[in-house]
Write a protein that binds this ligand. Structure first.
Ligand code: NI
Length: 156
């Protein structure tokens, strides 16, 4: 039957493995959505759609790692005024208490009063989130941001 033949040839094309362990596949998408995809590719300055889709899949995998409390990597950025009474000591104390998830930290004196601190973390997602929340909650912290990434083990 022609219809079956069409689907079969599609399936064969999707499963075709080309050199370097890369699979080439085709998929269906509505035209308006395709336009949006192409705009995202352009705006993201991706070389092509494949790059964009690979990146999107990895992003979803990282989100899942965090949702499932797997081992993750991230950075916590803090902005605070070191004149605030006891704040520096409290931030240091919290970091010592969570030393098992902290890989490194960098402190930058932005001006006479303001400090920026970037803490590189690796550990269970919930432990990292807990530490980020605790640091954020300290009185005098003007801004705190958690950037979530991955150990990369599942992304290759
Ligand atoms: Ni400072």
């Amino acid at each position: 039957m022609p219809l079956c033949g069409f689907y079969n040839s599609n399936r064969i094309r999707e499963a075709k493995i080309v050199m370097g362990g890369v699979a080439r596949l085709s998929f269906s998408i509505e035209k308006p959505l395709l336009k949006r995809l192409e705009r995202l590719v352009r705006e993201g300055r991706y070389a092509n759609r494949s790059e964009f889709i690979r990146d999107m899949i990895r992003d979803r995998l990282v989100q899942r790692e965090w949702k499932q409390n797997e081992e993750a990597v991230g950075t916590i950025t803090l902005l605070y005024d070191h004149h605030k009474r006891g704040l520096t000591q409290r931030l240091t104390h919290l970091q010592h208490h969570h030393h098992h998830v902290i890989l490194a930290s960098t402190h930058v004196h932005l001006d006479e009063a303001l400090c920026a601190e970037v803490i590189v973390v690796k550990g269970r997602a919930l432990d990292i989130k807990r530490l980020a929340d605790l640091l954020h909650q300290q009185k005098g912290v003007l801004h705190a941001a958690l950037s979530v990434s991955s150990t990369g083990k599942e992304l290759a």
